[in-house]
Design a protein. Sequence first.
Length: 377
Amino acid sequence: MQLFNYSAALPLIFQIDKGSRHRVGEIIREKDLPFHRVVVVHGASFSKDIAIDIAKSLIGFEINHFAVSSNDQSCADDLRQFVRASNIDLIICVGGGKVIDVGKRAGLLADKAVLAVPTILSNDGLISPIAVLRNAEGRTESLPGHMPIGAIIDSQVILESPHRNILAAAGDLLSNFSAVADWRFSASVHGERIVDPALLLSIDAAESVLRFDPDAEKEEFIFQLTRAQILSGVAMALAKSSRPCSGSEHLIAHAIDYLGLAKEVLHGELVGAVSLFTLWLSRSLQKSHLAFARRVSPTCLFTELSSDIAANLSDIFRLSRTMRPGRHTILDSYSDNRLILLLAEFEHEMKKGLFADPQIGQARSAQPQLRLQGQSR
């Protein structure tokens, strides 16, 4: 009998508390990890100041610095060459998703350990083995990266970061529900194999934050949000791809990003709003998803994020099919023109029934008409 082994590395470090950026060196030593020569990777502004604080804690380590100029593959390759030339054995990534993704990709290419110290939470890729980088043509690609050995989160730094980024990270978790629905669709239609633990972890990660109010329970919300990102990363490691957390919603979002139609919109804001539509397409949209989206998203309709999006739907849907060749999603069930018509139907139902919330001073009908899970279409 053939046995299947879905093994994955688990994080060795998960520390979240106030002031932890001043104890990074101490935490590494407490874990008795054999690192001596480190490079602290950071951005050009805010994360650079945090990186300086972290470097001060690395007593006894040989310290190097590397500034990330852009989240593209050439920058990751520059870091790879620096790591090899300097004989680095640990890459400490200090910053947001761009810095961490460059570090993860360089870590894989150089076969060196990576530690994530986020300064903002904006998406669910914190410790995933996936690096989202731009290629030479400007197209966003999801590439294999080194799964970080863990994450050290200074909750005070996150609390002081723009609240919009925190909400965007929460919105990004809605993509887990959409991605899982797409995975199940592909399994039923195309016979794609599902890795059950990865699928369950993805769902549990997203569901763990649905009940929280990001304003009234901010510190606890941040803790649960970070925990959810860790679980999402492990889910992707088990699946050996981004499949548990990236589906049709990411294909559409990447197409919008590639076309430059929402340059001022955060990734999590875009993905969260698109997820509501793709969940509706797959008959998986639930009231809890909508309630959560209203708490964390600037809008529940992704076409309202930019006037350019609504004007280019045909190009968006056409291009979305090319973003991840071989990844089957609910989009495969419809033509581009049909998707445009379905989007109009979705938006009509949202505006008529569940788009507004009386608790924030807007009217909502007593009997919402939006079709939810279990209702016919």
